[in-house]
Design a protein around this ligand. Sequence first.
Ligand code: FE2
Ligand code: FE2
Length: 195
Amino acid sequence: MTALDVIRAEHRALAAVIHGLLHGVREVRDRGARPDAALFEAMIRYIEAFPERFHHPKEDRYLFRCLRARDPVSASVLDRLEAEHAEGARRIHALAAELARYRREGAAAFPAFAAEVDAYATFHWEHMRIEEVEVLPAAERHLQPEDWAEIDAAFGSHGDPLFGVDARTEFASLFRRIVELAPPPVGVRPTSSGN
Ligand SMILES: [Fe+2]
Ligand SMILES: [Fe+2]
């Protein structure tokens, strides 16, 4: 897989987890389902463990750096996206804190957690949209084979020079856990009649 394939696949995985968070919140808010705090926690941990620690830093360090050098016109959108990477880290910590508060304080704290989930989803979808609509096409136009050699090595499953190769295994097992914990349509957990 090329770096572009990996980035798009990671965006789809992240979008699936964000969709899972939103779906879980709506089930509670609109249909009175019992909140599954362990599932919410697994989803947030996934976002903290992979996109925040690996995906965004690699974009900054490899893709964006190379594109800045080849296409100065991209600077303003890359500035914005890099600032959003920092903001995303703050937002996911806020989300984890709201979930912890909900677990301590119970139902009264759920609306604040739900609002944080909504805000994170909107923020992150727009971020990925700009990357896919503006940055990846600009990279395809401007980057040179030697740039891609470095970027593909960083994003590929082997020979990851900055982050080590174990992350992808951890990432896959966290994702599998979410799928196992979540009921359809997000995951595969059998739904019990009381749910
Ligand atoms: Fe990004
Ligand atoms: Fe991205």
